[in-house]
Design a protein around this ligand. Structure first.
Ligand SMILES: Nc1nc2c(c(=O)[nH]1)N[C@H]1C(S)=C(S)[C@@H](COP(=O)(O)O)O[C@H]1N2
Ligand SMILES: [Mo]
Length: 307
């Protein structure tokens, strides 16, 4: 569905009837989904199934990386309630026909939210399996009508130190706001989503409310949270972690067991929950298990150099 003018984008509401398409009882049980929504995905794309247990909800929403709220895993769930997420404005700029300031609810109104169960692999070598509720990013980007110069998309997180204590920490080595980017073909790939929920509910602040990027075949740091800007560019965006440590973190950040981080191996991962006595360690899969779907995007590239 293409929108001709910003004001023609209808307004967004999560209603039991219209928004969530689910295939699993546990999501229904939290009360968002009405019966009768058992149906193929709206996108018509067959999402590869993850036949591995879900990571418990309290870990997904309690063990987080969101440095705007502190660098400890418990900091985001402790502090992110301070963030005001409504109303939420998004600035769209660069190589597209429809640019400007939009209300988030107008941007996503009318699009279908799908449940997507994905492996989630952090560059720190832990992983989860997460039932996101998401909208294919391509459906969102199409509304802005990117032109043929749009070779990349850059995303920026909210900058609001009054509500994000990590942004004013003096010791912080991060040049806020957090920035990430994708090549346009990665952004348009049907596996790439914008998550607006998890475990059948709206996204908690600590997971990047009201919307955040999820690219399941890439390391977690590509999944930028609480996005306020989308910019279509000719040039490759400079992403935050690459800017901080270019020898450790690249632009592509494809999950790759064959390319180690300079300070640790990427050959395996701790699947959460993981304890000293039950580490739950498992081999890391190329492209996080999504090679069949995405490896061809990188044909001819040297993935050891373009990490
Ligand atoms: N704005 C912002 N986005 C971010 C981060 C961050 O610190 N700030 N951390 C990234 C990292 S390193 C990971 S692993 C994931 C964690 O997502 P989760 O807390 O929902 O599991 O968010 C990513 N997105
Ligand atoms: Mo991460």
């Amino acid at each position: 569905m293409l929108i001709k003018k910003p004001e023609d984008i209808p307004s967004y509401e999560i209603t039991p009837e219209s928004q969530f398409i689910n295939r699993r009882q546990f999501v229904k049980s939290v009360g968002i989904v009405s019966a009768g929504m058992f149906s193929p995905l709206a996108s018509g794309y067959t999402v590869p199934e993850v036949n591995e247990p879900l990571t418990p909800e309290n870990i997904v929403t309690g063990y987080n990386n969101f440095y705007e709220f502190g660098t400890e895993k418990m900091d985001p769930s402790e502090h992110a309630h301070r963030l005001t997420t409504a109303p939420w404005q998004v600035k769209v700029s660069g190589e597209a026909e429809m640019t400007g300031e939009f209300d988030l609810e107008d941007v996503i109104k009318g699009l279908t939210v799908e449940e997507r169960i994905y492996r989630f692999r952090c560059v720190e070598a832990w992983s989860m399996v997460v039932p996101w509720m998401g909208i294919p990013l391509k459906d969102i980007l199409a509304r802005f009508k990117p032109n043929s110069n749009a070779r990349y998309v850059e995303f920026t997180t909210l900058y609001r130190p009054s509500e994000m204590p990590g942004q004013k920490a003096l010791f912080s080595s991060i040049d806020w706001p957090y920035v990430e980017g994708l090549r346009i073909d990665e952004a348009m790939h049907p596996l790439t989503i914008i998550a607006v929920g998890v475990y059948g509910r709206k996204l908690p602040n600590q997971n990047g409310s009201p919307w955040r990027l999820i690219v399941p075949w890439k390391y977690g740091f590509k999944g930028i949270k609480s996005i306020v800007s989308i910019r279509f560019t000719r040039r490759q965006p400079v992403n935050t972690w690459k800017l901080i440590a270019p020898s450790e973190y690249g632009f592509y950040a494809n999950v790759n067991p064959a390319v180690d981080h300079p300070r640790w191996s990427q050959a395996s991962e701790r699947r959460l929950p993981s304890t000293l006595f039950s580490p739950n360690r498992r081999p890391t899969l190329p492209f996080n298990g999504y090679a069949e779907q995405v490896a061809s995007l990188y044909d001819g590239m040297d993935l050891a150099r373009q990490y």
